[in-house]
Write a protein that binds this ligand. Structure first.
Ligand code: GLY
Ligand code: MN
Length: 462
């Protein structure tokens, strides 16, 4: 947990951004996996963590915009809880640790909210994303499940996004810790990337590294020789020479901050000529996008720059043809780069995605495209100092997509389908770093993780 002043200041700034009514931060509760007492890994809600800092279940926070008071709702442990789970600080001590002076029992929350609503006061909530929370909110607000959405407040969302988007020095230090754990995860995976090992052994080892550093992984490990499947969670293959492994994995710090790193390496520790050719194209796109990162530049333009680099590289390989700008304008390159360049990162891997992607990544000056590929760009707007985001270009040979487009004759003036088909089996390449926008440019966060061909091969063979 940060110093209590950090949370107090964040709530004070939030009060200053909003008008009147009551802001409700619903904390997450335990969630049953296969029976009540056997729960999924517990994760507190990220906006609750940002403003109230306490990573344990059974709590809700309220900011009363009219009185200026902040209140923590929760219950002290019973003797049964203590027997099974040990001693924990009281609700009052927890509240004091984040600069909140007032506490009330959980049972009072529904009564307090419904009294406020009856008096015509506005209750603001953030978009709920768990079924159990939606049901609980209906009870708290005294409405049906279907009516909960009418309390979701756009001004509240916008204020939270404004504050959470700009990371302070303490948050940046936390994210760097998470990237440093990812460094160990990824170099370990590289060193295990030899024939005879199974993907599951690499995935298990790197998940264990995250756990051994105090946090879980920040999202389920993506690790596969079938890297053409963008988010492949199947780890059943035995590694074989001639294939590449895409590993997209990060750690979460005990305070909830994420890293999100992707590396691609050749099984056996040596890229083939074809693998290296595609890898170098993606690496160039990654490094140029990083190089151009500075305040004011739109991430949409970084994405389009990466798309042009990938298109130019694929043209040199004979997979694409024609003018590079025309290829990118048409969207033909998205057959091979079908996702966005990256996303905001912080307490969530896709930071604040639960609040609504377009509030986070777009604004009145940059609208989301509906073109295939570009439509998946989560962050399009101009970058500001303090933003932390990912830069993760990729190039994939997806048999079903190549087959579908070929059959439709889509963009056949730009795509050499027979050459593209000859790359099926190469899988995919993605290279992802976590980048901070500074006042004058950028900083790639954490200890550098090998990514040049020479560094990846050297790490694998060391
Ligand atoms: N690391 C997974 C993603 O960015 O979607
Ligand atoms: Mn990512």
């Amino acid at each position: 947990m940060f110093q209590k002043e950090v949370y107090w200041q964040r709530r004070k700034r939030l009060h200053g951004l909003l008008g009147d009514g009551i802001l409700l931060f619903q904390g997450n509760d335990e969630s049953a996996m296969n029976y009540r007492a056997n729960t999924y890994h517990y994760r507190q809600d990220s906006s609750f963590l940002y403003f109230f800092g306490i990573g344990q279940p059974g709590l809700s926070g309220v900011c009363d915009l009219d009185s200026g008071e902040d209140i923590l709702y929760g219950d002290d442990l019973t003797i049964d809880d203590i027997i099974w789970m040990g001693e924990h600080p009281s609700t009052a001590d927890l509240a004091a640790s984040v600069g909140v002076g007032l506490t009330r029992p959980s049972a009072d929350l529904a009564k307090d909210l419904q009294q406020a609503i009856a008096k015509g006061r506005k209750v603001h909530i953030l978009p709920p994303y768990r079924g159990d929370n939606i049901i609980a909110l209906a009870g708290l607000l005294g409405c049906s499940v279907g009516e909960v959405d009418k309390y979701v407040s756009e001004p509240f969302i916008r204020a939270v996004v404004e504050l959470r988007s700009v990371k302070d020095e303490y948050e940046i230090a936390e994210i760097e810790k998470a990237v440093d754990v990812a460094h160990i995860m990824h170099t370990t995976a590289m060193k295990m990337g030899f024939p005879g090992n199974f993907e599951r052994e690499l995935a298990g080892a790197i998940e264990g590294i995250a756990l051994s550093h105090g946090g879980p992984v920040s999202f389920p490990v993506i690790l596969s020789m079938d890297g053409q499947t963008l988010h492949n969670h199947d780890h059943s293959n035995e590694l074989v020479e001639g294939r590449m492994v895409v590993t997209d994995a990060g750690a979460e710090t005990p305070m909830g901050y994420a890293s999100d790193i992707t590396r691609t390496f050749p099984v056996g520790g040596k890229f083939s000529d074809r693998q290296r050719a595609v890898y170098e194209i993606v690496l160039k796109a990654n490094m140029e996008a990083i190089e151009h990162t500075k305040p004011g530049i739109r991430n949409l333009d970084l994405h389009l720059g990466a798309a042009r680099t990938i298109a130019a590289g694929l043209k040199e390989l004979g997979i694409l043809k024609g003018n590079v700008d025309d290829i990118v304008a048409s969207g033909a390159h998205a057959l091979f780069f079908p996702h966005g360049l990256g996303h905001m990162m912080g307490l969530d891997v896709h930071d604040m995605e639960g609040l609504g992607e377009n509030y986070v990544g777009y604004d009145e000056t940059v609208q989301r495209s509906d073109q295939f590929g570009l439509a998946f760009l989560r962050l399009g707007r101009a970058l500001k100092p303090g933003f932390v985001f990912t830069i993760e270009p990729g190039c994939y040979f997806i048999p079903a997509l190549i087959g579908m487009w070929k059959q439709e004759g889509r963009h056949k003036e730009f795509i050499n389908y027979s050459e593209a088909e000859s790359y099926i089996g190469l899988g995919g390449v993605r290279i992802e770093d976590d980048v901070l926008v500074t006042d004058t440019g950028h900083k790639v966060l954490g200890t550098p993780i090998p990514k040049s061909v020479a560094d990846v091969e050297q790490t694998m063979n060391s």
